[in-house]
Ligand binder design. Sequence first.
Ligand code: CP
Length: 310
Amino acid sequence: MSLSVQHLLGIKELKTEDIQTIFRTADNFKQVLQRPIKKVPTLRDTTVANIFFENSTRTRISFELAEKRLSADVVNFSASGSSVSKGETLVDTVNNILAMKVDMVVMRHSASGAPWFLANHIDASIINAGDGINEHPTQALLDAFSMRERLGKLKGKRIAIIGDIMHSRVALSNIFCLQKLGAEVMVAGPPTLIPKYIQDLGVKVEYDVKKALQWCEVANVLRIQLERQNKPLFSTLREYALFYGINKQMLDSLKKEIVIMHPGPINRGVEINSDVADSSQSIILDQVENGVAIRMAVIYLLSGKRDLGE
Ligand code: CP
């Protein structure tokens, strides 16, 4: 089993077979993670650097755990407190880390395209842990893997992505991933938060969130990314919550039970209420759990090893 790519930069570059290979490998690692000793010796001779130029809770911890479960050596780098504040460039920063015999780089950066730029300047494999408003490939993989656990094959399934589509790298990676797996995708939210180009990607667009909920089998709810908005695109958070927030009353009014997802971090009471986020319909913590197995699979497959070490 191997991938058609040397790096995981975006879902756009992956073949459907790559996604299926990652899922099959993650199935194996998920079994490992159920055991009392949740570790395999597979990457004993490998060192991975997690370099984060932007804040993270889930992705950063999940990658570090995945690497440690594979027995890799791990080094963590944060831009804050580093020589980036003295003017060191991205390429110099990473080449200095690689000079210390690091084999693989996991990078999050606020600039869209930063992992592609880096891939042209260094030899090690790069995994994109989220770049600006562009892609977040491992999030999309763990989201689709979690949907597959609930629904089986995703071919023909109806998935709605609801919220701030404009500033979301999760939305774009999810669209690419779900379409490659044969799902029907809808984006929903206020018109000011849905980019005009999105229809060119072959997704349905809906401005009425209740209609989107009626249409879908899974609703993946996204947060409002205030930190990426230079000018206001809606009046107030209270008004957003009133018109676009998902609450229990909305779900109860549907004639079916849909699956609720959210990549986190959640803004409770804005895009989603606690009575939905914490309900039995929500698989938000399953997504987090599956993230470790998915990231183990991606790191293992890019490492070139051919023995899972089970
Ligand atoms: N879902 C996600 O990327 O969360 P973090 O920003 O906490 O990593």
